[in-house]
Design a protein around this ligand. Structure first.
Ligand code: FE
Ligand code: FE
Ligand code: ZN
Length: 293
């Protein structure tokens, strides 16, 4: 099983800090933003820190091919947007400098355009970005607001229009919120295979959802505490056809206590333990608070 979570990538420690954080959760892969996801300010990559990170990965059997970078979500590839194209090109260079090869991208928001116009812009922009050693993985979206990529058909349309190979990142919370029935996952996977092709599937975001199917909300919940449920998520994680695909948790941090609103404790160590044991822990939140306090 290749499993990990979202981790931080901080100025001072960069990839080395990310690897250390992932190891502290019992992960053998991870995902990160190269800077704040809500802006495009980016630090130079420090090659010494990268080298040290690779030593630590080797010692711990982390394969760099399984590591995922997430592009910032403020760039909108569905608008006619030279900045987004330039930024994505630079981001791909940073991913290459880090020796990595997978970049998750939210397809974009149509805003005031029609869905079709938005998708045409995404295709044109991605064709301008051009082919590289880094594979862009289009993330399946919940359909909140004017989000594109909310159906397998929309993802397929983008893949077909782009002149080089794209991958897909399936997000379990997003597809539930987009209207796919996770409790019948074999059917969902079948549809994915028929419409997009399973060979494009390169990453899975494992999240429970605070909302019911078809809600178009996109609010993640801790594993087993939402509407997808522990057993359905375990089936996906251990699915025979998905063995070699990196699985990344993006579940919410836990608050210090019931009265507090600040989410400060990462849940991943305890969620990953639950997944490895295949046993739901109803005391997850209490255990996390106890461990980090
Ligand atoms: Fe995402
Ligand atoms: Fe996601
Ligand atoms: Zn989400």
């Amino acid at each position: 099983m290749i499993i990990g979570s979202h981790v931080s990538f901080k100025k001072d420690m960069q990839l080395l800090g990310s690897v250390k954080e992932a190891l502290s959760y019992g992960s053998n892969t991870f995902m990160f933003y190269t800077g704040a996801p809500q802006n495009t300010v980016r630090e130079k990559i420090d090659s010494e820190l990268t080298k040290e990170a690779y030593c630590l990965m080797k010692e711990n059997n982390i394969d760099p091919n399984d590591i995922i970078v997430h592009a910032p979500y403020i760039i909108n590839m569905a608008s006619q947007n030279d900045f987004a194209v330039t930024f994505l090109k630079e981001e791909i260079k940073r991913v290459e400098q880090l020796g990595l090869n997978k970049l998750v991208l939210h397809p974009g928001n149509s805003v005031k355009l029609t869905g079709n116009e938005g998708i045409q812009n995404i295709i044109n922009n991605l064709n301008q970005v051009g082919k590289s050693k880094v594979m862009i993985l289009l993330e399946t979206m919940s359909g909140k607001g004017t989000e594109l990529g909310k159906s397998f058909e929309e993802i397929k349309q983008i893949i077909d229009g782009v002149s080089y190979e794209l991958g897909v990142c399936l997000d379990t919370c997003h597809i539930n919120d987009a209207g796919y029935d996770i409790s019948n996952f074999d059917q969902v996977l079948n549809d994915f295979d028929q419409i997009i092709g399973l060979k494009h599937l390169r990453c899975i975001h494992i999240n429970d959802s605070k909302n019911i199917i078809n809600s178009h909300k996109d609010r993640h919940e801790n594993i087993g505490f939402g509407n997808l449920g522990f057993d359905n998520l375990i089936k996906i994680i251990y699915h025979d056809k998905l063995k070699n695909i990196p699985k990344i948790l993006e579940t919410p941090y836990v608050t210090k206590d019931d009265d507090s609103k600040d989410r400060i404790y990462p849940p991943y160590k305890f969620e990953i333990a639950m997944i490895k044991n295949k046993k739901f822990n109803p005391h997850l939140v209490a255990d996390i608070r106890n461990y980090y306090k």
